[in-house]
Design a protein around this ligand. Structure first.
Ligand code: GLN
Length: 542
């Protein structure tokens, strides 16, 4: 068996059922059996990528090592599988149309009328098969965004229909639906599932496996009934119960035999395939679920009303808390509402404070207040991207005495632009480029906290920003005790600042949260949470 197998995950009844988690869980289980797996997300929206989307639309924008601004589901794939994803793992309708239109302009279609079928569907299929074409993967798991029946997702479902014909047994379709529980009638209802499978069938796709998301266990006879209505083997009708943590889902899916059913459908002899080795995963889960003592972290940002806006940061904190045997108590604090008067009451009892990334003016003054509070009260503090830039500005204002210090992003006329756009970046931007995106090298300064945390001299971390620490002020900062402990040598950019007069005060221009995974929590988060625990022990004895 050497041919790549293609698994498709579609969704019905409602959005937000956790298709990404089911797809990542299946990926994990197959990987734990020794297969090489990659997960892909197809997004039916017209944006070329989510880079221009407000986080309130689709949650955080995730960034891959090769600098692609991607859907947040890629974050789940990396956190679950501990393997990097790339530009080709996330495709949008915008990208598909852009490619087809570019080909049309080049004359590639030789005078033909360009149509959804076959040209758009061919381009979709090309992007799906591209991942399997190099022979790097045994399984390509492709999740189709949106809900079956949406106008936007039609060309994708049509592409899946065509691929089923082309790939035959090397293709499996999984459909995730929702089985609501009517409290008044005390009944689970499968009708919406039946309708959604009908909709999928009308578009020409017969699902092989149904995963029913539910808040209550679904009895076997009900599953059989669903199978009968939908032409699906009863043993391929699985339930996905609400789980206390997303990291439980792979084990729940293993108990439901999702991986076994998939392997059987693509023709594997189960007696010849190793069992899934989930020992490391279970060890993590035991720590995550077994921790009793708490650690209280405040996340200060301007998009805190939507949980998904800071998905990777929240997951990284949860990995680091589990690693340190603590239960994470996360308090999200809207930075717009923070003032000098209320900051103490808002952040009271916090063991550590994290200042979130962000763009633009809104909420920035509140971040300065939180930073001042953390700095003066010696509370461990991690600033990420804009959080690091705010750290530098607050320090310039209140320690260096530049009352008007600011970033040129926030105030283009400030006399003390301690955060600015570098000259070479300005040139790139004038040429139509936009942000510094993806993984860049960073050299760590020996005898600094950063060096000690990473335990090596050179690191690579992912970026997504336009502005930088202004080297013009470097000497002023260093004289006042702030240390630039991470430098990108190629462009002479300050990537990490730290303040040794404080127990743990570190700002990073990059985004460590994109590379924390279950099996490899990020060292900066581990160290930050550890410092928060130390702070808690000193204050409360616990
Ligand atoms: N607004 C800042 C910049 O563009 C930081 C962006 C971010 O936090 N991701 O430089």
């Amino acid at each position: 068996m050497d041919k790549t197998k293609y698994i498709f995950v579609t969704g019905g009844v409602a959005s937000s059922l956790g298709k990404g988690i089911i797809a990542a869980s299946l990926g994990k289980l197959l990987q734990a059996r020794g297969f090489k797996v990659t997960n892909q997300k197809l997004d039916p929206y017209i944006n070329i990528d989510p880079g221009t989307l407000n986080p309130y639309e689709h949650g955080e924008c995730y960034v891959t090592v090769d600098g692609h601004e991607a859907d947040l589901d890629l974050g789940h794939y990396e956190r679950f599988l501990n393997v990097e994803t790339h530009r080709s793992n996330n495709i949008t309708t915008g990208r598909i149309y852009q490619n087809v239109i570019n080909k049309e302009r080049r004359g590639d279609y030789l005078g033909k009328t360009v149509q959804i079928i076959p040209h758009i569907t061919d381009e979709i299929k090309r992007n799906i098969k591209l991942l399997g074409s190099k022979g790097d993967f045994d399984f390509v798991i492709t999740e189709i965004g949106g809900t079956v029946g949406d106008i936007e997702s039609l060309p994708y479902i049509e592409s899946v229909r065509q691929l089923r014909w082309e790939l035959g047994k090397n293709c499996v379709c999984i459909h995730l639906t929702y089985v609501p529980y009517l409290a008044a009638a005390k009944e689970l209802k499968t009708k919406p599932t039946q309708h959604s499978v009908k909709a999928l069938q009308e578009e020409g796709v017969q699902p092989d496996i149904l995963v029913l998301r539910t808040e209550h266990p679904i009895p076997l006879d009900m599953r059989k009934k669903v199978g009968l209505f939908c032409n699906v083997d009863p043993q391929a009708v699985l339930q996905s119960m609400d789980a206390p943590s997303i990291y439980r889902v792979p084990l729940n899916m293993q108990a439901e035999k999702l991986d076994e059913v998939v392997l059987t459908k693509v023709g594997y002899d189960l007696t010849k395939v190793p069992e899934a080795d989930m020992r490391d995963w279970n060890a993590f889960l035991a720590k995550l679920e077994g921790a009793t003592e708490e650690v209280n972290i405040a996340l200060v940002g301007k998009y805190v009303q939507l949980q998904d806006a800071y998905k990777s940061i929240m997951e990284s904190l949860s990995h680091a808390a589990a690693y340190n045997d603590r239960k994470l108590k996360l308090k999200t604090v809207l930075s717009d509402k923070l003032t000098a008067e209320n900051v103490a009451s808002q952040l009271e009892g916090m063991d550590g404070i994290l200042i979130a990334p962000g763009f633009g003016q809104r909420g920035i003054e509140g971040k300065f207040e939180a930073l001042r509070y953390a700095r003066e009260n010696k509370i461990p503090c991690l600033g990420i991207c804009m959080g690091m830039q705010a750290m530098v500005i607050e320090f310039a204002r209140n320690v260096l005495g530049f009352a008007d210090a600011n970033s040129t992003e926030l105030d283009p006329h400030t006399p003390h632009n301690v955060v600015d756009m570098m000259e070479d970046q300005k040139t790139v931007l004038n040429m139509g480029g936009s942000m510094r995106l993806g993984a860049y090298q960073c050299e760590l300064t020996p005898n600094t906290k950063a060096y000690e945390i990473y335990g090596c001299k050179s690191i690579r971390e992912r970026h997504r920003h336009r502005f930088e620490f202004n080297n013009h002020y470097k000497a002023d900062f260093e004289k006042a005790g702030m240390v630039c402990s991470g430098i990108n040598r190629e462009s002479d950019l300050v990537e990490i600042v730290e303040y040794p007069a404080h127990p743990w005060y570190i700002g990073v221009q990059f985004h460590p949260e994109y590379s924390s995974t279950v099996l490899k929590p990020h060292p900066l988060f581990i160290s930050f949470v550890k410092a928060a625990i130390e702070n808690r022990k000193q204050k409360t004895g616990k």
